[in-house]
Design a protein around this ligand. Structure first.
Ligand code: GLN
Ligand code: ZN
Length: 747
């Protein structure tokens, strides 16, 4: 093994997998058609990798939905409620649910924006190799072999698989999925033996869980698992891959002492790996797969640096293979598909296909000791002296008045009742809205016609909110395709791609914008819409912005300076936008940070520094306003326990959070953590079309009132309404206003 990658995008260059899957779901295509598309996509990837000159090619990195779900099916970790179904029906029911059968939970894959299907494991789970010799990794191995391509099947390792699982609902307290490791390892042993029987030379076991903090007990379990797999007499050679950070020294010691033949380390997200490797005395008699080509970001590799890293490693291990830092599934497929990109930006980019080329070139440079390929151009539009000077001059981002002063001033200025009602920002995105945006992009309607359509929509949404009796209104965000892309398109320093899709989950792909240079705001971005909405009503209209952390989390961000510096540049642009909104008469401004939890580092030790800059960027953006201007923030999609102090440190006047599914617990938690500003716990779950009764929301509000005084409690849904339809939205909001009024009458 000289050159390899840990995985490759499976969605197809033209999103073939999405269309085939959605056709199958909609009954437009049958199982055979979907199966055929899968086989074509796999064949295209394998042959493409071979033609690129890669010498060790992975397989089983394809998935019809998710690779963790594939593992659950492989080892028969299928909860009872799906067992009456078979084949694709069972598989997709586990992923998406069917009538009366809820799906498995879905959650984020480490600190990426990819989401996996969470295995449900209970004491009754009996692992076994479900499909015998027809099992997916075996079938794919043979399929590639039939094309004349030897591959290395990739499996999520048993340790990581169980650590990412959750206990089944009926599991007794204290049960941990990891308790079942030995039984699971038996199944892996069988898979390895069968793969060896089919001729597989190598297998890759992914253990990214080793880059997070691990207990001694977990490390013992790891040692047991790999001792057992290592001892198998008939097995392929084993490569254990870690990625997304620096491996723990204890974990690396276990792998070093085991019989596995190769270890993969991430030298992009885990620069500490070199030290750890030295501290454990290297990996004698093993191959190190050096992840020097970034699988998570879109930048070209600095080949000189990568080559130097590999050369340094040769002192610590016997053999070095060049690899990617992680699977390439996190980056778009092909830069060559992008025609309109600015050549300066393009010159700095590499997508999956280009990164394979980099791995191959580096492998050659290392073997033949030829100099690596050309240098990467520096960002020519990279440095904006104006932005930098202003940032240097800005202070620490503290509001003028303290929170008690602001509370009093805002109460008088806004005149809101206790339990003020509002929404999170977006209203349903109807077919007409989407069509108007598409028509404009395609040049089928003029800008004036487009503006007219959006303003009509805003007027409708404002009138509806007046009719519902909400207290703080929104314009409804009809002009936004996506809360990050909308701003990225208007800021300097960002570029968009046309085909740069990456899988977020299942058939949902996103096209993250590329933040390539210093960020600046050439002109106001939201003021026209917000002031138009405000002109239609005497109630306050809430301006709506996306916060700096979220602007980075859902983009590909330049890696030539610390994220913290880039966050401050985005924050400065937002600060200017907020000043313009304020000057235009907008008295309430919300800065959404749903991704604040998402970027939290995997290791405890790295968290304080992250939270410091994340909070600092938010405060830089929001602290320029008068005491009378009310700053809101909104968070969702996560457990907030680990960032509860940070939420307080943001010092927003009002924080709205997802809470409906956890029965308002967060309100008490926030207060217990010393949070004293306004709180808007989502009193109903917008992720389902269900219309909750007023009584149910009333109950939630009363529960919240046990922990917060009425003047600081807000009544709102738990997220934006853009994915909902109007009938349920109207009915739910009507009940919400009723609930708030009833409770208000009693306080
Ligand atoms: N203001 C955004 C909306 O309502 C917030 C979206 C989000 O939290 N993800 O759509
Ligand atoms: Zn939300």
């Amino acid at each position: 093994m000289n050159t390899t990658i840990l995985g490759y995008p499976r969605i197809g260059a033209r999103r073939e997998l999405k269309f085939a899957t959605e056709d199958y779901w909609a009954g437009r295509g049958d199982a055979d058609a979907l199966t055929k598309t899968g086989a074509e996509l796999r064949a295209a990837v394998w042959t493409g990798l071979r033609e690129a000159g890669l010498d060790a090619i992975p397989s089983n990195t394809f998935s019809f939905y998710d690779h963790m779900l594939d593992m659950s099916v492989l080892v028969d970790a299928v909860p009872e409620r799906y067992r009456h179904l078979t084949g694709f029906d069972r598989y997709f029911a586990m992923a998406r649910g069917v009538q009366d059968v809820p799906p498995l939970e879905m959650t984020k894959w480490f600190d990426t924006n990819y989401h996996y299907i969470v295995p449900e494991i209970g004491p009754g789970t009996r692992f076994r190799l479900a499909d015998g010799s027809a099992a997916k990794p075996l079938a794919e191995y043979r399929e590639a072999k039939a094309l004349g391509i030897e591959t290395r099947p990739v499996l999520v390792g048993p340790f990581t698989y169980l650590l990412l699982a959750k206990p089944a609902e009926d599991a007794p307290n204290g049960f941990r999925p990891l308790d079942l490791l030995d039984g699971l390892v038996d199944v892996y042993a069988e898979v390895l033996e069968r793969l060896a029987g089919s001729g597989a030379e190598w297998v890759q076991l992914d253990e990214p869980a080793l880059v997070a903090d691990r207990t001694d007990e977990e490390i013992d379990a790891l040692a047991r698992a790999y001792a057992r797999l290592g001892r198998l007499t008939s097995r392929p050679r084993l490569m254990v891959a870690t990625y997304f950070g620096t491996i723990g020294a204890d974990a690396l010691r276990v792998l070093a002492a085991s019989r596995v033949e190769a270890v993969g380390l991430d030298f992009v997200a885990g620069p500490g790996n070199l030290d750890v490797l030295a501290s454990v005395g290297g990996l004698p008699r093993k191959t190190l797969v050096a992840g020097v080509v970034d699988g998570r970001n879109v930048w070209r590799t600095d080949q000189r640096r990568a080559k130097a890293t590999c050369a340094a490693l040769l002192g610590l291990v016997d053999r070095v293979a060049v690899g990617t830092s992680c699977s390439l599934m996190h980056v778009p497929i092909d830069l060559d598909a992008e025609t309109p990109l600015d050549p300066d930006v393009r010159g700095r980019l590499a997508f999956a296909r280009q990164k394979v080329g980099e791995v191959v070139a580096l492998g050659r440079a290392l073997r033949e000791d030829v100099p690596p390929s050309a240098d990467i151009p520096a960002p020519s539009a990279g440095v904006d002296p104006d932005v930098r000077a202003r940032l240097d001059a800005l202070g620490d981002g503290t509001r003028r008045g303290d929170r008690a002063t602001r509370f009093a001033v805002q109460r008088d200025a806004l005149g809101l009742p206790p339990l003020a009602t509002t929404t999170i920002g977006s209203f349903p995105q109807t077919r007409e809205i989407r069509r108007a945006r598409a028509d404009r992009r395609a040049g089928r309607i003029t800008d004036e016609a487009y503006t007219r359509l959006m303003k009509d929509e805003i007027a409708r949404v404002v009138a509806l909110q007046e009719d519902l009796g909400l207290d703080v209104l929104v314009h409804g965000e009809p002009e936004r395709n996506d809360m990050v892309q909308y701003f990225a398109e208007q800021l300097d320093g960002y570029a968009a791609t046309e085909h740069g899709w990456v899988q977020s989950y299942g058939s949902r792909y996103v096209r993250p914008p590329i933040l390539h240079s210093d960020v600046a705001r050439p002109r106001p971005m939201t003021v026209e819409w917000a002031t138009y909405a405000q002109s239609l009503t005497s109630k306050p209209v809430k301006g709506m912005l996306t916060g700096p952390v979220t602007m980075l989390a859902w983009s590909f961000v330049r890696d030539d300076q610390p994220l913290a510096d880039t966050a401050r540049q985005v924050a400065l642009a937002l600060r200017d936008e907020i000043a313009d909104l304020e000057a235009a008469g907008i008295r309430v401004i919300q800065v959404d940070e749903p991704a604040l939890r998402e970027l939290l580092p995997l290791r405890d030790a790295d968290r304080p520094a992250y939270l410091r800059w994340a909070v600092g960027a938010f405060r830089l953006a929001t602290s320029g306003v008068a005491d009378s201007t009310q700053i809101h923030t909104h968070m969702c999609y996560s457990e907030f326990g680990e960032i509860i102090d940070a939420i307080g440190a943001l010092d927003a006047d009002v924080t709205s959070v997802e809470a409906a599914r956890s029965h308002m617990e967060l309100v008490a938690d926030l207060r217990a953590a010393g949070y004293e500003n306004g709180i808007g716990p989502g009193v109903y779950d917008i992720h389902s079309p269900r219309v909750p009764a007023a009584e149910e929301m009333e109950e939630n509000l009363r529960r919240a009132l046990r922990a917060v005084e009425p003047a600081r409690l807000w009544a709102n849904p738990d997220c934006g309404l853009k994915t909902r339809a109007y009938p349920e939205t109207e009915a739910s909001l009507r009940n919400l206003v009723t609930a708030a009024r009833r409770v208000r009458a009693d306080v």
